[in-house]
Design a protein around this ligand. Structure first.
Ligand SMILES: [Zn+2]
Length: 95
């Protein structure tokens, strides 16, 4: 199994990889960690937004490719409060 890209594995990241060679081996691995370490008020939003990326992303995260990533994010992650720095933005800022 190869590493896979995930939206919002952490509240302050847009895209990260899970799998072999990564800190988290799977989405479920990170979800378990969230249940153990994050406040219950954060769980629903984190779990809704954290999902495998369907489209193709560049394996490197170069700034020149950031626009492509942002465009893919807008397509795949509907109703997302991501403000470029965190998912806890807008009406979710108080979680
Ligand atoms: Zn999003």
């Amino acid at each position: 199994m190869k590493p896979r890209w995930v939206w919002h594995l952490h509240h302050d990241t847009l895209a990260e990889k899970v799998g072999p060679g990564c800190f988290y081996k799977s989405l479920a691995d990170r979800q378990r960690n969230i249940c153990e370490t994050k406040g219950p008020s954060e769980h629903a939003l984190r779990f809704r937004l954290m999902k495998y990326i369907k489209g193709k992303l560049p394996m490197s995260y170069k700034p020149t490719r950031y626009k492509l990533i942002v465009r893919l994010h807008a397509k795949e992650c509907r109703n997302c409060p991501w403000d470029g720095g965190t998912i806890f933005a807008g009406k979710y800022a108080c979680l």
